[in-house]
Write a protein that binds this ligand. Structure first.
Ligand code: FMN
Length: 335
């Protein structure tokens, strides 16, 4: 089975669903000596299958796939309805309707079957810990099962369920927090402290990430017990990334100076550049993926119309250091 400690360069290219991750980006990270990841979240199962085939044609090295763990949480109807109503003027201004807020399991069973068939080097999970039987099936097929955790308590659950490695995510991370419970405010404990507390309870390989902007951050996390360092935002402007033009411009043109944690777009906490939509929707309730579906038409229209005030602009706190360059040179400069 693949081991994070065997990488030539101790860098994991974070899975980034919603466009930024492409097979070309994952393969470039792997070919540079790190571990590239495909992001299966939001994608139709047949697209995930096609991406796995495509990445296998671009690299012979290890690649991982990331899946979203489904959740049966039902948002409070009153809060959900009020939030959907509050989106209507914004939707009308963009010329679209608010989407239907609903639950779904993101094609969980179909994607598990595809991963088991394709046997990538690793599979990582976020938004919760899968049942022990799922992790055992992955490990039994020779696929390294990694669970994303944000606290020592979550790490203990993941270890007990049979995770063979952990992705430890800190509060400065771009995109969604992997916090198991969507009703919980994600911890703001420093990544270094969380890493130390997890290191004291497990000897499993750990990939730590969140806010990594340069080689000093990588060195510090490695010194504190991380076997590898996971970077997302640092790769958003990579030549091989599929980051949309509105997002690319917002990351680099100086219009945005900071990031915030928000539930406004999807009903789960995520970190993005602080734009008007985040500032005006501080009251968004918990409700993933209901809110994700409700805001989807607005986000799509905003990107098509070149509107960074409404588009979601996921970014970690280190976004100002993201470089527009080939992924291999970004990985080389971090390691
Ligand atoms: C645009 C974007 C999309 C992301 N999508 C996913 C995802 O699909 N699955 C996942 O486990 N993590 C996702 N993340 C979080 C990363 O795995 C990782 O925790 C984070 O990028 C690390 O922080 P950094 O962005 O400051 O490097 C995403 C992050 C970003 C920036």
């Amino acid at each position: 089975m693949f081991d994070l400690r065997d990488l030539d360069k101790p860098i994991v290219g974070a899975p980034m669903a919603g466009g930024p991750t492409t097979p070309e980006l994952a393969a470039a990270v792997t070919n540079a000596g790190g571990l590239g990841f495909l992001a299966a979240g939001y994608r139709a199962p047949e697209d995930v299958e096609a991406q796995l085939r495509s990445v296998a044609g671009l690299t012979g090295g290890p690649v991982g796939v990331n899946l979203f763990v489904p959740d049966s949480f039902q948002p409070e109807p009153g809060l959900l309805d009020a939030y959907v109503e509050s989106l209507r003027p914004e939707a009308a201004a963009l010329g679209v309707e608010v989407g239907n807020p609903r639950n779904d399991d993101d094609g969980w069973d179909a994607k598990l079957a595809i991963v088991l068939e394709a046997r990538p080097a690793a599979v990582s999970f976020t938004f919760g810990c899968p049942e022990a039987s799922v992790l055992a099936r992955m490990a039994g097929a020779g696929i390294l099962p990694i669970v994303t955790v944000t606290t020592a308590a979550e790490a203990q659950c993941a270890v007990a369920a049979g995770a063979r490695a952990l992705a430890v995510q800190g509060p400065n991370a771009g995109g969604h927090r992997g916090t198991f419970s969507q009703q919980e405010l994600p911890t703001d404990q420093l990544l270094e402290q969380t890493l130390a507390s997890i290191r004291s309870v497990t000897g499993l390989p750990l990939a730590a990430g969140g806010g990594v902007a340069g080689p000093d951050d990588v060195g510090r996390l490695r010194a504190q017990g991380a076997d590898a360092v996971q970077v997302g935002t640092a790769l958003l402007l990579a030549d091989e990334a599929g980051t949309n033009p509105v997002h690319r411009a917002a990351l680099s043109n100086g219009q945005f100076t900071g990031t915030s944690l928000t539930r406004a777009y999807t009903g789960r906490y995520a970190r993005g550049l602080t734009n008007r939509f985040i500032r005006e929707h501080l009251d968004a309730p918990a409700g993933y993926p209901h809110l994700h579906h409700a805001t989807a038409p607005l986000r799509k229209a905003a990107v098509a119309q070149g509107n960074p005030d409404v588009a979601h602009l996921w970014a970690g706190t280190g976004f100002a250091s993201a470089a527009a360059a080939p992924a291999a040179s970004i990985i080389g400069s971090l390691a």
